[in-house]
Design a protein around this ligand. Structure first.
Ligand SMILES: C[S@@+](CC[C@H](N)C(=O)[O-])C[C@H]1O[C@@H](n2cnc3c(N)ncnc32)[C@H](O)[C@@H]1O
Length: 264
């Protein structure tokens, strides 16, 4: 039986099989489930107990949401608060945790598969390719939420790392401008993944110069991950011997394997 506390559960990107076993076990046992119905797959709720209270949170404000969690836990019930992807990325959980802490209500976070990784999987790319890019930046374009001074998109683009943009589909022209100003080329590769892991998923492989038009042509205006990365270049699949990790290199010695001498 679950403890009477709040379980902040990452639901994964959409496909109900992409929740963790731990997350699903909590959904099976929770007395109350509160889920973000705008983004979390309703099918995940099919495992709930027959007497569980399953509530949609998209129409609730923060006060209503935390009031529901706090009163249920104080009455001895377990509450699963289900967020899309991984709760730590644009999950707005800080304010919920603050209320819970102030009310002396315990909580635990169960991680989930973020849409960024479902999108990389759908596009079949490695975000970190040796000697090309070894850094992944998770960020967003500045919209109604202002960006901190030191995190301007152009400054982040200057690193030429794999950059994954959440919440940015309506701001694409601005994104492209900032990347070009940071020295990226119009021919640099971009992948847009709409509703990664859902049955209507779309993967659009394009370039910075074509990005706006390609998204318009596909009608993509929301729920998409935009990955701007030199690693998204399909030509890399053909370049044998280039950009390979040392991990499986037969001459490379590491903690689990002694490398063979290159001279035989
Ligand atoms: C509020 S954020 C939540 C992100 C979530 N916590 C995660 O880890 O994926 C919502 C944004 O995540 C991205 N997103 C969420 N689910 C997606 C999916 N299945 N495919 C592509 N992008 C998705 C979109 O950029 C969307 O605007």
């Amino acid at each position: 039986m679950l403890e009477a506390k709040v379980y902040i559960v990452g639901a994964g990107p959409g496909d109900p099989e992409l929740i963790t076993v731990k997350g699903q076990n909590i959904l099976k046992q929770a007395d109350v489930i509160l889920y973000t119905d705008s983004l979390v797959n309703e099918q995940l709720m099919e495992v709930a107990k027959s007497d569980a209270q399953v509530l949609k949170s998209a129409g609730m404000n923060l006060e209503e949401l935390v009031h529901c969690m706090i009163t249920n836990v104080k009455q001895g019930r377990s509450v699963a608060r289900v967020h899309t992807g991984d709760p730590s990325v644009y999950g707005a959980i800080l304010e919920q945790m603050r209320y819970l802490k102030n009310a002396d209500v315990d909580y635990e976070i169960i991680p989930g598969v973020s849409s960024v990784f479902a999108a990389a999987a759908a596009a079949q790319i490695e975000l970190t390719v040796p000697e090309l890019t070894q850094t992944v930046i998770l960020t967003r374009a500045e919209g109604r939420t202002p960006m901190p001074e030191k995190e301007r998109l152009r400054d982040l683009a200057n690193h030429h790392s794999s950059t994954c943009l959440f919440l940015s589909t309506t701001l694409i022209k601005k994104v492209v401008r900032e990347f070009l100003e940071a020295g990226w080329l119009e021919t640099d590769p971009v992948v847009v993944v709409y509703r990664a892991s859902w049955p209507d998923q779309k993967v659009v492989k394009t370039t910075l110069g074509q990005l706006d038009e390609a998204m318009r042509a596909e009608g993509i205006r929301k729920q998409a991950m935009v990955i701007i990365s030199k690693a998204a270049n399909e030509e890399l699949l053909k370049e044998e011997g280039k950009y390979e990790s040392k991990l499986y290199d037969k001459s490379f010695t590491h903690g689990f394997r002694k490398g063979e001498s290159v001279n035989g």
